[in-house]
Design a protein around this ligand. Structure first.
Ligand SMILES: [Zn+2]
Length: 491
């Protein structure tokens, strides 16, 4: 959830203080081993994972989210969930969302909890992968396939958890809701947005747990830190265009749309937005410093000093791209389109520049900065909305204030995390990406991003080639969500 730069709000201070307490005194939680899933529970969780990976849910002609949500609907109905608690609905036939309500026994003691899981995945091309991205392949201790990290792992773990709790006759004290949604990654029918706006009664909640972010960072197998998303950067696309009268390519001139565009992009490549910190990232790096050793620990201490040591920030950025993203707004060229014939001077050259804006800056502010970086008034820089609408200016929308951490979330989250990964501190983080939490946050429902998935820091393959998940991480997240859902629902 994006938020304002003015983060010295009481909420933020409580966040840092509350979570900070848990971090500095991990021993407060006795490490009682969690109940682990039986072989049968694992087999079912794996079958669901495989089924979801093998249904293409990309926003392409081959993709169909409804195929996946319908398959899960069948599982819930077959398991005996009442039909009135299993809702398949949406604004488009291929983008139907599934909302499942695990009803409280008797009058609910509290407002419901929503587990928010997007079902769509980013396109994957067979030619780019060593396995078929839409086949669930188990190899060398990993599950491979599109969505194994983002986020069919958590979709499947939550479906399996709800089914298991139901089978065991679990009686929650409040409703637990699982929302499996469309178009988080792109597309015109964002399910989280649509459900909050059109069917608030189905997804209204005390808070949302969104496993699309957060999780345990591993360094050579060692759990370093468990991240809970407390704020997130703002996503914004820009269309940069160079136009030219064109002409015959046998008579080139110095003015050339492709050269003008690529010159501008080269300036962007060389540019680094200013280093920034807010209360969430400061708390994150403070906690990380205690876990790191050697030069990395020293450099992290140096960026925490006042004023921050920018040389240390540069070294950290160079060593770890995700640190760089956490330090500043980033903008990167992601697509190019230019020219119309091999033997003609290009009449247009166009690039998409994708920015991830540090909380506190608006998309319009960044658009103005891009114009300044390019320094060429012949170029136009327009904003592209999530729905693909191009406009001359960008929104002035400010990021969201992060919610205060509530004990009923952070206490079990920390306790269960430490039962699985002993001694691992839990810290709030600013997510470099963006998630559907924004829609619930805008509706005033606090959101916490946590996947309970443990991944090596250098093995983040979400949206990339050969996406994979360690088998062991899947089992651990399954155990986590089983106990977490029970803790939130009331034992
Ligand atoms: Zn995702």
């Amino acid at each position: 959830m994006p938020r304002n730069k003015l983060c010295s709000s009481i909420a933020t201070i409580i966040l840092a203080a509350c979570v900070g307490t848990a971090i500095t005194t991990p021993a407060v939680f006795a490490q009682i081993p969690l109940p682990t899933a039986s072989a049968e529970d694992r087999a079912l969780a794996k079958a669901i994972f495989k089924e979801l990976i093998e249904i293409n849910t990309t926003d392409t002609p081959l993709g169909n989210v409804t195929a996946a949500t319908t398959a899960m609907q069948k599982r819930f109905l077959d398991a005996g969930f009442p039909a009135e608690d299993v809702h398949l609905l949406g604004p488009d036939a291929r983008k139907m969302n599934l909302v499942v309500r695990f009803r409280a026994a008797g009058k609910p003691a509290e407002k419901p909890v929503v587990f928010l899981c997007h079902m769509d995945v980013v396109e994957a091309l067979r030619a780019d992968w060593s396995t078929d991205p839409f086949q669930f392949v188990e190899k060398d201790g990993y599950y491979y396939g599109r969505g194994t990290q983002d986020m069919k792992d958590s979709d499947a773990a939550l479906v399996a958890t709800f089914l298991r709790l139901h089978r065991e006759g679990y009686k929650p004290k409040r409703d637990l809701i699982l929302a499996l949604t469309a178009d988080e990654e792109g597309g015109k029918f964002n399910g989280a947005d649509w459900l909050v706006k059109e069917h608030r009664e189905l997804v209204d909640a005390a808070f949302v747990i969104n496993p699309d972010s957060g999780g345990v960072e591993l360094d050579h197998g060692r759990a370093v830190v468990a991240d809970v998303e407390a704020t997130e950067k703002v996503y914004s696309d820009y269309q940069v265009t160079a136009a030219n009268r064109g002409g015959h390519s046998s008579i080139p001139r110095p003015d050339n749309a492709i050269y003008e565009l690529t010159t501008a992009l080269s300036k962007l490549a060389a540019y680094s937005f200013p280093f920034e910190m807010n209360e969430v990232t400061r708390t994150y790096f403070k906690n990380l410093a205690g876990q790191e050793t050697g030069d990395t620990a020293a450099d992290i201490q140096a960026i925490l000093s006042t004023p921050p040591d920018l040389a240390a920030a540069a070294r950290l950025s160079a060593s770890e791209p995700s640190f760089n993203s956490n330090f500043r707004t980033t903008c990167v060229a992601t697509r190019l389109l230019a020219g119309h014939a091999n033997n003609a001077l290009p009449q247009t050259a166009q690039a998409n520049v994708n920015c991830r804006i540090f909380p506190g800056h608006s998309p319009e502010e960044i658009r103005q900065q891009l114009i300044g970086i390019f320094g060429d008034d012949k170029l136009t820089v327009k904003h592209v909305s999530d729905a693909g609408v191009v406009s001359d200016t960008a929104p002035d929308r400010k990021a969201m204030v992060p919610p205060a951490p509530i004990n009923e979330v952070f206490e079990p989250l920390t306790r269960l995390t430490q039962a699985i990964w002993p001694g691992t501190p839990v810290t709030p983080v600013m997510e470099n990406g963006a998630s559907d939490s924004i829609y619930f946050a805008l509706a005033g429902i606090p959101c916490y991003g946590y996947s309970a998935i443990a991944l090596e820091r250098d093995d983040d393959r979400a949206h990339g080639q050969d996406e994979r998940l360690p088998v062991d991480s899947y089992w651990k997240s399954l155990d986590f969500f089983y106990s977490f859902a029970k803790a939130l629902g009331g034992e």
